[in-house]
Design a binder for this molecule. Structure first.
Ligand code: CA
Length: 237
């Protein structure tokens, strides 16, 4: 029997790796209220064990864990061929741009500094999980040369095959495709891909654009650095 999208969302199981009991309980309760299944552990090694035995759709990860650095755990997940597509959402008091960049380089899907807004937390979790919901493809493709993007199913194809982008890479590509040939500043990209009220450092944009370029293969060369300005997507030849 076909389940509605709403029902599918509720089948998601989320692992919380967080040693601060207050944050662990808060995030667990917020996610339970949304109808998700939740398992919470306090240490990195328990997180790794849980990942071995249970199937998860998302990991909420603290960086300052008692037995290991959360970035190390993130890297372990991303190195594992069975789990590399499992999204990791970093939630931490370490809010420096260097830590954010490190987290994204380690393959994290998203990053939220503590203290965080509860609604923003839930919205970001939903956005990550929405991409994992099976959705029927719709006829709403944005096409530019060999790049095709479907906003409704959150899928991207490049040079004939599907490619896996993180949520941010997807949003940035969508901004590029909607503004062909236009030079965009890092601030423009943040405003359009993250939303107007986001405190993201411009350097983070460079990390995402770098990943996006390499995932697009030869088409990535169309994403051009515009000195003193930012980036633009050149039209297909
Ligand atoms: Ca901690």
């Amino acid at each position: 029997m076909n389940k509605s999208k709403e029902e599918n969302m509720k089948d998601f199981q989320i692992l919380i790796v967080e040693d601060d009991p207050a944050v662990s309980i808060l995030t667990r309760d917020l996610l339970l209220k949304e109808g998700y299944k939740v398992m919470a552990v306090f240490e990195g090694k328990d997180g790794l064990n849980a990942l071995k035995w249970e199937k998860f759709d998302l990991v909420i990860l603290d960086l300052g864990l008692p037995d290991m650095d959360g970035l190390e755990l993130c890297a372990k997940i991303k190195e594992d061929p069975l789990r590399k597509d499992l999204p990791v959402f970093i939630l931490t008091a370490r809010g420096s741009s260097e830590d954010i960049v490190k987290g994204l380089e380690a393959g994290a899907e998203d990053y939220l500094p503590k203290p965080f807004n509860e609604r923003e937390f839930v919205a970001r979790v939903q956005a990550i999980l929405r991409r994992r919901s099976p959705l029927p493809p719709k006829d709403d493709l944005i096409v530019s040369g060999k790049i095709k993007l479907s906003p409704s199913s959150h899928e991207v194809w490049c040079s004939g095959g599907p490619i896996q982008l993180t949520l941010r890479e997807f949003d940035i590509l969508r901004v590029f495709l909607s503004n062909p040939g236009k030079a965009l500043t890092r601030e423009d990209l943040i405003k359009m891909a993250w939303g107007p009220a986001t405190a993201i450092v411009p350097k983070v944009v460079d990390v995402h654009v770098g990943h996006l370029r390499s995932k697009l293969g030869p088409e990535g060369k169309r994403v051009e650095t515009v000195p003193q300005v930012g980036y633009k997507l050149n039209p297909a030849k």
